[in-house]
Design a protein around this ligand. Structure first.
Ligand code: NAD
Ligand code: UDP
Length: 311
């Protein structure tokens, strides 16, 4: 009999790719999502597959899944700054109450639990690149605090279930990841720049554009998450592509890749926007022998083709 994975947020960008990854590895999937930022379209192709079930549910409420469960992967949460600024309370609730419910399910089913955490736990980092040993520089009362603190709480709750209840837990700290099935209008830099460049609208760089990010292609991330799930590492592991770029250079790169005539314009920098971000992935290399394989030119091409098809 196949093992069973519950994936909260499974109808979202990363969640839907993870559903596929599990099924490819002969693990049945129970996908739970309330479609707040995800969509049926992301999982439509899986409906009808005997290895896939969907439950529409808000995971801040008690989660009931009948039968055997071997893995619980908690990915439900708004993830783009626009989304979590529009849904501050839901973001705090899904990171806190939702994580508690998902851990409760894992405890009851004697399942292994994996938390989708984020590089945002480092806030506006004072060390560079960021290592897992760094405790972060988060403003709890700033607008981004709703996301960052919810994830920090989620990590603390996960470790408490591990230490107190003996649940097998994994924590992945995900750095900016991109690829097909991102929402065109989710406000993150990549979908914003790509859709603006395709439509010939001004490309909106925030601040002076000298802030940096490091972009990882989704297939690399999903492979890393699968390996981490199968490992025995309970401590947080960074996952992302360590190749760093300024946002201004990134806007130019997108413009060139699309051969777009869009102007690049500068807008106000959002409050508490981190100045730098780059993962130190030494631990992932050591523990699960993982590093990204897809470079930005290749990943960007695949993602641009997807967006061209969508528009
Ligand atoms: P996404 O918005 O596409 O996916 C999130 C999914 O969670 C959506 O399908 C949404 O409908 C669902 N959801 C939200 N609240 C819910 C609730 N209360 N009950 C049930 N479902 C709910 O975003 P994503 O980029 O796929 O992010 C997935 C996870 O990965 C999130 O936890 C996010 O914090 C984390 N993450 C993503 C990135 C990234 O670069 N994409 C980086 C760091 C962390
Ligand atoms: N950004 C930008 N223009 C946009 C959207 C984002 O310049 O239209 C910047 C944003 O201020 C940040 C970086 O791009 O410095 C990455 O933003 P994103 O929302 O993708 O992710 P973050 O890493 O901030 O969570």
């Amino acid at each position: 009999m196949n093992k069973v994975a519950v994936i909260t947020g499974g109808a979202g960008f990363l969640g839907s790719h993870l559903c596929e990854k599990m099924i490819e590895n002969n693990i049945d999937v129970v996908c739970i999502d309330n479609f707040s930022t995800g969509s049926l379209k992301n999982i439509e192709h899986l409906i009808g597959n005997d290895s896939f079930k969907f439950i529409k549910h808000d995971v801040t409420n008690f989660i009931h899944v009948p039968g055997n469960v071997d893995y619980v992967l908690h990915f439900a949460s708004p993830a783009s700054p626009i989304d979590y600024l529009e849904m501050p309370i839901q973001t705090l609730k899904v990171g806190s109450l939702g994580t508690h419910k998902a851990l409760g399910l894992a405890l009851k089913k004697n399942a292994r639990f994996l938390l989708a955490s984020t590089s945002e736990v480092y806030g506006d980092p004072e060390i560079h690149p960021q290592t897992e040993g760094y405790w972060g520089n988060v403003n709890p009362v700033g607008p981004r605090g709703v996301y960052d603190e919810a994830k920090r709480f989620a990590e603390a709750m996960t470790m408490a279930y591990h230490r107190y209840h003996g649940v097998e837990t994994r924590i992945v700290r995900i750095f900016n990841t991109y690829g097909p099935r991102m929402r065109l209008n989710d406000g993150r830099a990549l979908p914003a720049f790509v859709s603006q460049a395709i439509e010939g609208k001004p490309i909106t760089v925030f601040g002076d554009g000298l802030q940096t990010r490091s972009f990882c292609f989704v297939s690399d991330l999903v492979e890393g998450i699968f390996r981490l799930l199968m490992s025995d590492e309970p401590n947080p592991v960074n996952m992302g592509n360590p190749v760093e770029i300024t946002i201004k250079e990134f806007a130019e790169e997108v413009k060139k890749a699309i051969n777009s005539k869009s102007d690049i314009i500068y807008k106000e920098l959002p409050i508490d926007d981190p100045k730098v971000r780059k993962p130190d992935i030494t631990r992932a290399k050591e523990i699960i022998n993982w590093e990204p394989k897809v470079d930005r030119a290749e990943g960007l091409k695949i993602t641009i083709d997807y967006f061209l098809n969508e528009l």
